[in-house]
Design a binder for this molecule. Structure first.
Ligand SMILES: [Zn+2]
Length: 161
């Protein structure tokens, strides 16, 4: 990622282009070598970058320890935006490798799969509960995870090209 001031400069120069680029990077986390594992506590995830950094993403409070998230760019960082895709792709990959990969590593991969899957399911459960509470009170929960899910469900249903 660019340095902090570069990010802010690029954002101010062309907010829409910056937003699109950030969204694309968020979608490409897994294929560009990022990994995710459960963090310590509900909604917490450890995102490891291809260069060996690890950032702690709090999916429920929508914070991340990366430098971008500390910048003044008023957008969630790619780790927050891309967390769900990264988790889903990581789970698919672990499952495929456990089934088709080197048998000696299968047990460890399934263990990693189940740990991540359970942690993710519990996080989504909490997101849905918060959403339901917000709905009951007639306010917008403004949860990144939930809106991502809606967007994807709509795309998969074929309503959006
Ligand atoms: Zn981040």
């Amino acid at each position: 990622m660019d340095t902090l001031s570069n990010s802010l400069w690029a954002y101010m120069k062309d907010p829409e282009a910056f937003k699109r680029k950030l969204e694309r990077r968020a979608e490409e986390l897994f294929v560009t070598g990022y990994e995710v594992n459960p963090g310590n506590g509900l909604g917490m995830f450890l995102v490891a970058t291809p260069t060996g950094q690890t950032y702690t993403v709090d999916a429920l409070n929508e914070t991340c320890t990366c430098p971008f998230q500390k910048s003044e760019v008023p957008l969630p960082c790619k780790h927050l935006q891309g967390l769900e895709n990264l988790v889903v792709q990581m789970l698919d990959d672990l499952q495929a490798k456990a089934q088709l990969g080197y048998p000696g590593k299968a047990a460890g991969r399934m263990q990693q799969y189940h740990a991540l899957e359970t942690h993710w399911r519990e996080t989504i459960g909490e997101v849905m509960q918060r959403q339901a509470e917000a709905d009951a009170e007639g306010r917008d929960a403004q949860l990144l995870l939930h809106s991502d899910r809606d967007d994807r469900e709509v795309r998969e249903a074929g309503y959006v090209a």
